[in-house]
Unconditional design. Structure first.
Length: 704
């Protein structure tokens, strides 16, 4: 890696920080933008899990962000040392150690509940209180210092502090550049079994060699596997396996019960794990069987739940797992260039019975490729006061924007690229998910964090069936982007002092709910802006949202409260009226229905299965087929999204149902497409509408 390459990378990174700070109208946000961007890179590579920005600085203490994972057993805390210099300057070892010390003091005070001097409505208080509440559950604390310089320190030894293992990590421009240059592959995990566990791992090599890989069969003690998971966490798991666990949960009850009650039977009952490695070092053993001394780039590609369940049985259930053993199939690839292709394939095929392939979130998904293609081709209308049309730039992969700009040869070409693709109109996969899920009234999901929300969005998207984005979908998506980002600016200007991300998504969701999604998105696209009436309404709603989320019941943690569906449901119960000025701008239901049918939630009709009157009705023409004795709840649960769409059209055509009733039907359609169970009160409301619609159909049949 040359200094020139590093300097160019650092300059691109700096430009991203400047662009983000410009979007927030304040250069003072540069350190926060730096922290957010660094954590995004680390999350993309799987080095960390979902993260939250939390900036607090006082005498002797500082924190810039945090993350919790492993069922809240592992805490990541981040502190930034931002210089703003480019080319990167060397940062002294003492300066970095001082930052880590300030971060450590924040953690120590939180554990002791020595944070009463913090403002109770501040995110920093929330974080400290959360740490205190989890003090008996935490086992591992990782302290990260992030810098845009070149660190004068690399390795820092772990330490034990009571019941916590504390490790420190430094990420500077050099280390980040190495990560990005390796196409975001996490830094390889190196395991020295003799040094760490006292002896090599006995193995049986495959009988015949080939040019692609070598495989070994091993039996690993469960406590060794638990130690490895405790040390490396989710990094031990291949990306798809990690994503699967995050969606399905870490602990498998059957595995856990065996570890707790019959550890000696674990090897017989469990299928074991599959793993890959870049290379292994073999040694001879006294038994005559070869042993593995070292493993480089160890990744579990099947058996994530087995590994996590053993770890949690030991840490949470305080179980001695030393009597359990796990079978391991270890595949070593001979050509490093095959790793990125073959390892995901091994994971996919090994996990085919678990359908883990649904967790493949790569940027090469046809959905993302299509969005990028449309974005590059479609020109957005010129904003008021400008004659220049522009693109909304979809950054399908991290760093695409700066790479495309750097490919322009002359300064003029780069300037034109920047004018045609403004940084304020660049958006990523996780941005797209925030726009969609906020508008779809899922603010509690968005509040889980960028990565978790994105995973949830992907699951919902795939449940739509054969959905292909088109130009109309893209225009409406960008209208949602304009709405979301303008809301962000408005909320920032109101200076609530914290929880901006939560206030923004809840405000957009509340607007969507109160208007029954009748905001004129086409108007927003054409103007590339929001109307004054809409902006005034957003400001008003944001005040209601702020008051709601910052007064959780029972003194709950505000950040965690925002992640609960209960928070969203209770907000919807508040008596809120829309101003007349906005009501005049709303589109009619027919426009929304046409919009839904053409551009949103396009779902291939699935065949209804089973027999009986309910199944025939759900698969047939609708509620008119139902008799009086039919169980409406069962019927409603069997309706496909396509059937709900027909019911919505029929109800609208009947001209006897209110906006709220039509909105409920649309909500039921979306819940059906997402596999969500409607609540009892929703079923009862839908039942009344369907009964009225069936009666209307019967009367129409008699009259004709």
């Amino acid at each position: 890696m040359s200094d020139t390459d590093l300097d160019q990378f650092a300059e691109k990174f700096r430009q991203d920080i400047i662009a983000g700070s410009r979007d927030t109208d304040a250069e003072a946000f540069s350190e926060e933008q730096f922290t957010n961007l660094m954590m995004e890179y680390l999350a993309d590579a799987g080095e960390i899990d979902d993260r939250e920005i939390c900036t607090h600085q006082a005498r002797g203490i500082k924190v810039n962000g945090y993350a919790l994972f492993n069922d809240n057993e592992t805490l990541d805390l981040f502190v930034s040392y931002y210089t703003g210099e480019c080319p990167p300057v060397r940062v002294a070892k003492g300066d970095l150690q001082q930052q880590l010390k300030r971060l450590r003091i924040f953690f120590d005070r939180a554990i002791r509940r020595d944070y009463t001097n913090l403002e109770e409505s501040s995110p920093a208080f929330d974080l400290a209180d959360r740490i205190y509440q989890l003090r008996n559950r935490l086992t591992h604390v990782r302290l990260f210092v992030l810098t845009d310089g070149i660190a004068g320190i690399e390795a820092i030894e772990d330490e034990d502090c009571g019941s916590y293992r504390i490790s420190s990590h430094v990420w500077d421009m050099q280390r980040l550049h190495r990560l990005v240059s390796s196409e975001n592959r996490p830094e390889p995990i190196e395991i020295d079994l003799v040094s760490d566990f006292g002896k090599p791992l006995l193995c049986l090599p495959m009988p015949e060699e080939n040019s692609v890989y070598t495989s070994y069969l091993c039996i690993i003690p469960a406590d060794v596997l638990a130690d490895l998971y405790g040390k490396f966490g989710p990094r031990l798991l291949e990306r798809n396996v990690r994503a699967y666990l995050q969606m399905r949960g870490n602990v498998n009850k059957g595995i856990r019960d065996t570890v707790l009650n019959q550890p000696h039977m674990f090897l017989a009952y469990n299928n074991g794990i599959s793993a890959t490695a870049e290379n292994v070092e073999l040694v001879d053993t006294d038994s005559g069987v070869p042993g593995i001394r070292r493993i480089r780039d160890f990744q579990i590609v099947n058996g994530g739940q087995t590994t996590a369940s053993i770890y949690h049985a030991r840490t949470k259930d305080k179980t001695d797992v030393s009597g359990a053993y796990v079978q391991v199939k270890l595949t070593v690839l001979k050509n490093p260039e095959d790793i990125d292709y073959i390892v995901p394939k091994i994971s996919e095929y090994a996990n085919s019975q678990n359908k883990i392939n649904t967790a493949d979130f790569t940027s090469n998904d046809p959905f993302h490729v299509t969005i990028q293609k449309i974005a590059r081709q479609m020109w957005a209308p010129a904003k008021r006061g400008s004659q220049m049309e522009t693109h909304w730039y979809y950054e399908r992969a991290r760093g695409q924007y700066q790479d495309d700009k750097a490919r322009k040869i002359t300064p003029k070409q780069r300037r034109v690229f920047g004018e045609q693709n403004p940084t304020g109109q660049r958006f990523t996969k996780t941005d797209l998910a925030k726009f969609e899920q906020s508008w779809d009234q899922l603010p509690h999901i968005v509040s889980l964090g960028a990565e978790k929300n994105y995973r949830d969005f992907i699951i919902r998207y795939r449940e739509r069936g054969e959905f292909v984005p088109d130009a109309e979908y893209f225009r409406l998506l960008i209208a949602q982007a304009i709405l979301f980002r303008r809301t962000d600016k408005i909320v920032q200007g109101l200076k609530y002092g914290g929880y901006k991300a939560n206030i923004v998504t809840y405000t957009v969701a509340l607007l969507s709910k109160l208007t029954n999604q009748r905001v004129d998105l086409e108007r927003a696209w054409k103007a590339q802006a929001l109307s004054p009436a809409l902006e005034d309404t957003i400001a008003t709603l944001s005040r209601i949202v702020h008051a709601h989320i910052t007064t959780p019941p029972g003194g709950k943690n505000i950040t965690e409260w925002c992640k609960k569906e209960e928070c969203w449901e209770s907000l919807q119960k508040e008596n809120i009226s829309l101003p007349d000025a906005l009501k005049k701008e709303l589109v009619d239901d027919e426009t929304v229905r046409a919009r839904d049918a053409r551009a949103r939630c396009r779902t291939e009709e699935t065949e209804a299965s089973g027999t009986g009157q309910v199944d025939r009705a759900a698969a047939g023409h609708g509620p008119v087929l139902l008799g009086e004795s039919v169980d409406y709840e069962q019927f409603i649960r069997k309706l496909t999204p396509q059937k709900w769409l027909k019911i919505i059209r029929d109800a609208a055509g009947a001209e006897c149902f209110s906006h709220e009733e039509i909105a409920l039907l649309r909500r039921m359609q979306k819940m059906s497409g997402r596999g969500m169970k409607p609540k009892k009160e929703q079923i009862l409301q839908a039942e009344k509408i369907l009964q009225a619609l069936a009666e209307s159909d019967r009367k129409e049949g008699v009259d004709s």
